[in-house]
Design a protein around this ligand. Structure first.
Ligand SMILES: Nc1ncnc2c1ncn2[C@@H]1O[C@H](COP(=O)(O)OP(=O)(O)OP(=O)(O)O)[C@@H](O)[C@H]1O
Ligand SMILES: [Mg+2]
Length: 454
């Protein structure tokens, strides 16, 4: 879709000239002979107008009134003022009132086009930011009570307050993106969180996507575009699957990070950006560096702070909490009454090793909630592979399904692990993802309740 510019100018010669220059530059123009006509256009076609060029003094409705109408309806569309020598003061006033810039007559065509391009680039950047803010402002709710997760939360808080680049590693589906968002939120940077999936952008487009391009950078690029790096200005750039970034792009990215500036494709000047960079990968980047698949200099630039998100099998203790969380989320999404989970189901869920980590668990729960007919998630609602793999704690499976709270299940589960490790608290704490003190405290609690097994 081409860019539409509304031109409000009562002088016919100047109006024609403007139309010619803008048409030649590839813009579509809508012409208005005076302020009233322009107002009609604004009322009728406000969604279609990307920019307004207006004279100050016009019959019927003045440029100032036009600006006010535009700011009311399309605040994000820039207004450029052209002014004769006699009305410069009013033009300055209009810039104060929100016009992008003013040009004094006579102006040369190049200046005009430069101002138009600049105004469009800025409004595009603002729109990109607004879009991103809308799409990505969901609070990062990371569930985890296990010791490895508590440690991770500490590291997140520390990294959020430091400007250094963070490299997040972890298996697929462990929550790396969630961690990245939490770092952004904790950092209180005002800009947007901009996720970029380096594996998803085709190799020949990646430079233009990251750095943006000018209107004439290549065939097919009719309109200038702000790159993703610039959209993350004053915010956080999240480079997901950084291990997949093509070798040819790596020095360019490194340069942008070091200089804090981007040069859009086709542009000859750089634009400064204030960036916080968080990168993530499920690959062994150090190995990639050794084997020449990833540049060592970029690796060190990214790996200032390293966070490892532990796989779910190292924190089975978190599974009941996650199950509860995802059931609530799925029921909420489907506008259903919150469901319970049967003990047997919970036992199956905690015994499974989850190669797909939290994402696989979330999918299994979503599916189970969709299948559940009664008020509870039952084993038959769970995916087949879960039911047939792993041992299900016989004790929990046999337990009466009534009147047991999550706390009771936790107790059963902890005692079961204690039994399986032959009472080895150190080993049990490791499997449960608990620190030893917490395990001791819980065992004390159980003893106080009359469970004297350990
Ligand atoms: N600790 C957690 N608490 C709540 N939800 C979580 C947690 N960890 C992951 N999730 C959810 O699991 C899903 C996968 O998480 P995410 O996309 O962050 O994983 P990832 O590590 O980036 O995976 P991949 O390597 O496949 O890109 C998301 O829906 C996320 O909200
Ligand atoms: Mg991810």
């Amino acid at each position: 879709m081409s860019t539409r510019i509304l031109v409000a100018e009562d002088n016919a010669d100047l109006r024609d000239l403007l139309q010619e220059v803008l048409d030649d530059a590839g813009y579509e123009t809508i012409l208005a002979e005076d302020g009233r006509q322009a107002t009609v256009w604004i009322e009728r076609e406000q969604e279609m107008i990307d920019l307004v060029i207006t004279d100050v003094r016009m019959p019927s409705v003045t440029g100032e009134e036009l600006l006010a109408a535009m700011r009311q309806r399309r605040a994000e569309a820039p207004v450029i003022v052209i002014t004769a020598f006699g009305s410069v003061e009013q033009a300055v006033e209009m810039v104060r009132a929100g016009a992008f810039q003013y040009l004094t007559k006579p102006f040369n065509n190049r200046d005009l086009l430069a101002v138009v391009a600049e105004a469009l680039a800025r409004s595009e950047a603002q729109r990109a930011q607004a879009r991103l803010r809308m799409d990505y402002s969901a609070p990062a709710r990371i569930i985890g009570a296990s010791r490895p997760m508590q440690k991770l939360f500490e590291q997140i808080a520390v990294s959020a307050n430091s400007p250094g680049t963070v490299l997040i590693t972890g298996e697929s589906g462990t929550g790396k993106e969630l961690v990245a968002r939490a770092i952004h939120e904790g950092s209180r940077r005002r800009g947007a969180f901009v996720p970029v999936n380096c594996a998803a952008i085709p190799g020949d487009l990646i430079e233009a996507e990251l750095f943006g391009h000018t209107g004439s950078a290549f065939t097919g690029a009719r309109q200038a575009r702000t790159g993703l790096i610039e959209a993350a200005d004053k915010g956080t750039l999240f480079l997901d699957e950084i291990g997949e970034l093509p070798m040819t792009m790596q020095p360019k990215l490194l340069r942008a990070l070091q200089e804090g500036a981007v040069r859009p494709v086709g542009a000859n000047t750089e634009r400064p950006v204030s960036l916080r960079v968080v990168a993530a990968t499920n690959r062994d980047l150090e190995k990639d560096v050794r084997e020449g698949r990833f540049r060592e200099d970029l690796y060190w630039r990214l790996n200032v702070i390293h966070l490892r998100v532990p796989p779910l099998r190292e924190r089975a203790y978190d599974i009941p909490l996650l199950v509860e969380h995802f059931i609530a989320k799925a029921c909420d999404g489907a506008a259903r009454e919150p469901l319970d989970v049967s003990l047997e189901s919970l036992a199956i869920l905690t015994a499974y090793v989850w190669p797909g980590n939290v994402r696989e668990l979330e999918n299994a729960i979503e599916r189970a909630v969709a299948f559940a007919r009664g008020g509870k998630v039952l084993p038959e609602d769970l995916p087949e592979r879960l039911r047939t793999s792993g041992e299900v704690s016989a004790l929990i499976a046999r337990s009466s399904e009534q009147n047991l709270t999550l706390r009771d299940v936790e107790c059963e589960y902890i005692l079961e692990i204690m039994r399986r490790t032959g009472g080895n608290k150190l080993r049990a704490a490791q499997i449960l993802g608990l620190d030893r003190k917490t395990l001791y405290r819980k065992l004390d609690e159980y003893r106080a309740r009359g469970l004297k097994e350990f």
